[in-house]
Design a protein around this ligand. Structure first.
Ligand code: NAD
Ligand code: UDP
Ligand code: UDP
Length: 317
């Protein structure tokens, strides 16, 4: 039985990861400061004797004993990571240093949840891992983008300097049940608006694209990457290569919910990437992985989750 630390374990991806790691027979420790995570996300795991939880901020040192570390702690939605941008950079950078220091002392394997945001507003399409990106260092998204880029740098320097066993995953937009209902990301926003027949907010003209990966596919990829041979360090793109415009996403959500919502066009936030789509040939070749859940199927499950949440009264004002 492996002892596995998941930082950000009560967040959207972290909670799914903890659940899956427990199901396949591991001992799991979740560390989270509950900035965007929710105890409700992991409440169903509390009775499991192999699941443990610590309230802790990864910008401070952490002394525990584990065999593997998945470093997911960091707010991921633009409104949350822009709420306290200095803390966002600290979480990415100081958090990475502390988790790398921990991995170094323990000789543990460590995986970083990096992001497609390291490519910024990309000038290459689709984005492959060899592309260095087009990132504004002084904009409103920079705390997240540059924080995550610096974290990648730290991972590779600990690898070269201290021979750490590292894995760097560049995660592209991932959605599914347990996304925070108030986190302002496009899938949660649109579904909550659609099921309540409220106006659907489209930023800009809606022609910008993203590529949406269902959470179960993403978790499978992260675990495969962690368990891959030591020479597979990444960075490696993990996401769904089906590119979808925001307008197409809106149409699909309206169709699936039977909503009568109107469309409300709002200003596009600055530095909002125009196009995003992963080249996943490395993941296919080296992990034998590719997404299996089509957008409509994943959205249907996500809609069911938010409908349930709204029934329980847990919804944004
Ligand atoms: P999330 O906001 O739901 O989860 C992040 C978790 O980290 C939360 O539980 C939060 O409370 C915790 N956290 C934040 N700062 C912390 C700190 N200083 N100390 C301890 N815990 C802290 O977001 P998510 O979508 O689950 O994202 C998880 C990771 O995956 C993040 O690192 C994110 O950058 C990365 N990622 C996610 C996506 C996506 O589409 N979901 C895409 C790219 C990268
Ligand atoms: N660290 C930690 N847990 C550990 C070991 C280290 O949180 O078990 C932190 C420690 O606070 C340090 C950081 O990780 O600041 C980096 O550790 P490293 O050993 O690389 O550097 P140093 O201790 O020399 O600064
Ligand atoms: N978006 C939108 N309406 C919303 C929320 C987001 O049109 O209510 C757009 C946003 O401008 C961006 C895309 O949807 O172009 C994805 O936004 P999200 O915040 O989910 O993720 P990110 O921009 O980090 O990929």
């Amino acid at each position: 039985m492996k002892r596995i630390l998941v930082t950000g374990g009560s967040g959207f991806l972290g909670s799914h990861l903890c659940k899956k790691l427990l199901e396949i027979g591991n001992d799991v420790l979740s560390v989270d400061n509950y900035f965007t995570g929710r105890k409700e996300n992991i409440a169903h795991l509390f009775g499991n004797p192999y699941f443990e939880v610590i309230r802790h901020d990864v910008t401070f040192p952490l002394y525990v004993e584990v065999d593997e570390i998945y470093n997911l702690a960091c707010p991921a939605s633009p409104i949350h990571y822009q709420f306290d941008p200095v803390q966002t950079t600290k979480t990415s950078v100081h958090g990475a240093i502390n988790m790398l220091g921990l991995a170094k002392r323990l000789k543990a394997k460590i995986l970083q949840a990096s992001t497609s945001e390291v490519y910024g507003d990309p000038q290459e399409h689709p984005q492959s891992e060899s592309y260095w990106g087009h990132v504004n260092p002084v904009g409103i998204r920079s705390c997240y983008d540059e924080g995550k880029r610096c974290a990648e740098t730290l991972f590779f320097d600990y690898y070269r300097q201290h021979k750490l066993r590292i894995k760097v995953a560049r995660i592209f937009n991932t959605y599914g049940p347990r996304m925070h209902p108030n986190d302002g990301r496009v899938v949660s926003n649109l579904i909550i608006q659609a099921v309540q027949n409220k106006p659907i907010t489209i930023y800009g003209d809606g022609a910008q694209t993203r590529s949406f990966c269902y959470v179960d596919d993403q978790i499978e990829a992260l675990i495969r990457l962690m368990n891959s041979p030591d020479d597979l360090i990444g960075p490696i793109n993990l996401g769904n290569p089906t590119e979808t415009s925001i307008l197409e996403l809106v149409q699909t959500i309206i169709e699936l919910t039977g909503s009568s919502s109107s469309l409300e066009y709002q200003e596009l936030p600055s530095d909002d990437p125009r196009r995003r789509c992963p080249d996943i040939s490395q993941a296919k070749e080296k992990l034998g992985w590719e997404p299996t859940v089509p957008l409509k199927e994943g959205l249907t499950k996500t809609i069911e989750y938010f409908e349930e949440l709204l029934k329980k009264g847990e919804h944004p004002a």
